[in-house]
Write a protein that binds this ligand. Structure first.
Ligand code: SF4
Ligand code: SF4
Length: 76
């Protein structure tokens, strides 16, 4: 059975820490750091490998700093 595996890349220096991506992810892939980026904002990071590539986070991010990758994988 083919299913889609996703991955995300977040440009942390451009993240403004609004957190809307966190609420948008059905698989709790994103969390905020305690550290701040060069602009002084807490930033979003990937915290697990459960991403399906659904694109929700990239769509809601007001600054467009999340890139989503999708790859079809065939489960044994
Ligand atoms: S693409 Fe979907 S599953 Fe992956 S991190 Fe974004 S919201 Fe979560
Ligand atoms: S939605 Fe975008 S700007 Fe807001 S916390 Fe997530 S990655 Fe950062």
């Amino acid at each position: 059975m083919a299913k889609v595996k996703g991955d995300i890349e977040i440009n942390v220096e451009r993240c403004k820490g609004c957190e809307v991506c966190i609420a948008s992810c059905p698989f709790t892939v994103i969390a905020m750091t305690k550290e701040v980026n060069g602009k002084g904002y807490h930033y979003a990071i990937k915290v697990n490998d459960d991403c399906t590539g659904c694109m929700n986070c990239a769509i809601v991010c007001p600054d467009g700093v999340i890139t989503v990758y999708r790859a079809k994988v065939t489960a044994e």
